[in-house]
Write a protein that binds this ligand. Structure first.
Ligand code: NAD
Length: 718
């Protein structure tokens, strides 16, 4: 009856039962792209025009029903003005309404996943049968959006506003049981019984045994709850979503506000409202950045897969050093199924490392994330030792000993004699160059950096550092191992500070210069936390420690003397000289006291302003929040562009992802390059030019930035 590239319609019998099937040609899955929506429109028109039609089965020919929208289409769509986005969504909605208004029952058979637009389509049917192993959900909020194909309207009416608010604002996938309990589906069956159950439901509806028309009518009427009942639900949901909005991600709150308003409206008014607010939310910076982050992540996964194929698998590994980092790396490796030898020169360090691993495992067992037997297996997969036994049989050794060039060189040279010729050797150094360590080795081609972040088991980023003599195979093997550990590896070229610490230092220097110019550090922290950073720069320095902070700053200053010259008297050095190392000794910019849970709690240290006044030749000075943001963020943007232009990192996608995962760059702003795209490069260049005369080369746009600005180009083109 109808054959498109994603949808077909066939008669199932002579009695007027038809099947509308999603069957995307040349793909393993179904997704809702523009073409599919258009084909669905045609398919529904064919059904509507079929004189003898009595019922429709809606199915998928794939392992999944529909996984959602085609996110690669979002970039172009959502760069339009809000009204145009709303108009286009409203237009698509007419297809769902036409399906819903067919004069016959429609039963949807949900297999695999029905997510986003997939569930929204299913909700337009009269009844739904679901495979026991399938999942449904509306994950749009994770992209800074909410369902825009009538999902909020239909879910509120079928499952009630409490379920609708929960599903829409958390974006969590839901099991078949949860969907049944919520009234979203009408039957849950074993996967191979799905089609039969859906057809059975359809025949019951056609025979009048199930009142399918009442099910459809519920979705055309306002939500049948009293005003106080509604207020209770929506107020609770608003309170729950407030923190997301505070982090400049408005989608969840706006969805709740919109659903509250739409609850009293009929279908057409409610759909119009949903489309209008969707347009507004889809054109926010948060949506743009979260969609871009998703596309970046996909691109990085593709790169990592290519590396993993090119490299050798790491079946067993070793770690040198059982300290904070070595212990964390060994634990993560074992947890992910790669057994690991952990060598230290000090038995107490090994005991501590094993103790920490046992603690992490116990936590997993307690929260039900790991069975006790498996936890025992993981612990047994870490072999603490003070000698090199078994090192000749491992595929990779990660060095995580003290940060000292001479000691590391000595240890690496010795290590190389104890491993097989093809073994990958990686250093977790954070501030030394791979090219400065490599001369200690006979086989520098087997040597790379693997820069993990602290705490290793929680931080997803690993910078895989390519030295000038590292082989492609070594880089690929390191990427594959990082992926096996559940991490997101980003390959960077060797340079002082690699990528993340280098770009972070540009930002931190913005802070040190603000303080020297008389800014109030508490205001700077408050402003940058409101901007979306997990912690302000003064607080971050306290957490890192003044000694480590000034060491990193020295390394970077030596590497980039024009843009980030050494500052003789800065706040870090002053604090360190005064014995105020930060959280580690209870006093830095702030004062720390241990709370009832044993966690350090910060409070303002009253004498800090007087101490910092020693660095402020012109005394305190008031800055606006906007000035603070520019003086912190623009040097970071400029340094990120330098790193990209030098080929330290291959793509804008990798750069922004590294800074999100490594530093917690605010998700709604996306990363330094996405942030520059948001401001517009012409605006970035203009603001830098205004600040550069006082702040120097750190704010000097590159020639390429100026050229891109003149041409109106962006870093992210997706
Ligand atoms: P740490 O002081 O906690 O641990 C170092 C361990 O190495 C100690 O247990 C020490 O006994 C052991 N050790 C020293 N010489 C050894 C040798 N010859 N053989 C075996 N073990 C030896 O230090 P850490 O914080 O874990 O840092 C280790 C490395 O990781 C450093 O290069 C550091 O720059 C880097 N790094 C640290 C962080 C961080 O936040 N701590 C982050 C990224 C990278």
């Amino acid at each position: 009856m109808y054959q498109g590239q994603s949808v077909w319609v066939r008669a199932l019998d002579d009695a007027g039962v038809c099947e509308l099937c999603f069957d995307r040609q040349g793909d393993a899955i179904n997704k809702f792209d523009d073409r599919t929506v258009d084909e669905l429109r045609q398919a529904v028109a064919v059904l509507a025009g079929h004189a003898g039609l009595r019922g429709v089965l809606i199915s998928s020919a794939k392992e999944v029903f529909i996984v959602g929208a085609d996110i690669t289409e979002f970039g172009a769509k959502f760069s339009q003005p809000a009204e145009l986005i709303a108009a286009s969504v409203a237009q698509s909605n007419t297809v769902f309404v036409a399906l819903e208004d067919l004069p016959v029952p429609t039963v949807v058979a949900i297999n695999g996943f029905a997510l986003g637009g997939g569930l929204e389509l299913a909700l337009a049917g009269s009844l739904r049968a679901m495979s026991r192993t399938a999942q449904v959900g509306v994950p749009e909020v994770k992209l800074g959006l909410f369902p825009g194909f009538g999902g909020t309207v239909r879910l509120s009416r079928l499952a009630g506003p409490a379920v609708a608010c929960d599903w829409v604002t958390t974006g969590q996938p839901q099991s078949a049981d949860a969907a049944l309990a919520a009234g979203v589906v009408h039957a849950v069956v074993a996967p191979d019984a799905l089609r039969g159950a859906a057809l059975d439901l359809l025949h019951q509806a056609m025979n009048g045994a199930v009142d399918w028309a009442a099910q459809q009518q519920r979705k055309r009427d306002p939500v049948p709850l009293s005003a106080p009942e509604q207020a209770a639900v929506f107020d609770a949901a608003l309170a729950q979503t407030a923190p997301l909005s505070a982090r400049q991600q408005p989608a969840a709150q706006r969805a709740v506000q919109m659903m509250a308003e739409a609850a009293g409206l009929d279908r057409s008014a409610a759909l119009a409202l949903e489309a209008r607010v969707f347009g507004e939310v889809a054109s926010t910076q948060a949506a743009r950045a979260l969609v871009q982050a998703f596309l970046n992540e996909q691109a990085i996964k593709r790169l990592s897969r290519r590396h993993a194929q090119a490299g050798a698998p790491v079946r067993s590994a070793a770690v040198l050093g059982a300290g904070i980092m070595g212990g964390g790396i060994a634990y993560t490796s074992a947890l992910r199924g790669v057994p690991v030898r952990m060598k230290d020169i000090a038995q107490p360090a090994l005991d501590l490392g094993m103790g920490e691993a046992a603690k992490q495992l116990a936590r997993r067992v307690k929260t039900g994330r790991l069975a006790q037997a498996r936890a025992n297996g993981v612990l047994a997969a870490i072999r603490p030792q003070t000698d090199h036994s078994g090192f000749d049989a491992v595929d990779c050794v990660i060095e995580a000993i003290v940060e000292n060039l001479g000691i590391k060189q000595q240890v690496l040279a010795d290590l190389e004699n104890r491993v097989a010729p093809g073994t990958l050797i990686a250093s977790n150094t954070s501030s030394l160059r791979i090219d400065d360590l490599a001369p200690a080795l006979q086989r520098p081609e087997n040597f790379v950096g693997m820069h993990f972040f602290n705490p290793v088991h929680m931080m997803p980023l690993v910078e895989v550092v390519r030295g000038s003599r590292s082989s492609d195979a070594a880089v690929s093997t390191a990427v594959g191992y990082a992926v096996a550990m559940g991490k997101t590896p980003i390959v960077v070229r060797d340079c002082p500070g690699f990528l993340v610490n280098r770009v972070l230092t540009a930002y931190m220097r913005g802070f040190l210069l603000l303080v020297a110019d008389g800014a109030d550090f508490v205001q700077v922290d408050r402003t940058m936390e409101a901007f979306g950073w997990p912690m302000g720069p003064a607080y971050l320095e306290d957490v890192v420690g003044m000694d480590t902070g000034s060491h990193v700053s020295d390394v970077i200053s030596a590497g980039y003397p024009e843009r980030m010259p050494h500052i003789e008297h800065d706040a870090l050095r002053l604090m360190a000289r005064e014995g105020r190392y930060g959280q580690k000794n209870g006093i830095g910019f702030y004062r720390y006291e241990t709370d009832a849970q044993g966690k350090p709690r910060r409070s303002p240290a009253p004498d800090t302003p007087a101490l910092l006044a020693r660095l402020q030749p012109h005394g305190p000075r008031a800055f606006t929040d906007a000035e603070i943001v520019d003086r912190m963020m623009l040097p970071m943007v400029v340094e990120a562009v330098h790193a990209l232009e030098e080929g330290v990192v291959g793509t804008a996608a990798e750069l922004d992802t590294a800074l999100q995962l490594g530093l917690g760059f605010p998700a709604y702003a996306g990363g330094p390059l996405q942030y520059a795209d948001w401001l517009g490069l012409a605006e970035v260049v203009a603001r830098c030019d205004r600040l550069a005369p006082t702040l120097g080369a750190a704010l000097q746009p590159t020639a390429r930035m100026r050229a891109m600005a003149a041409r109106g180009e962006r870093f992210h083109t997706a």
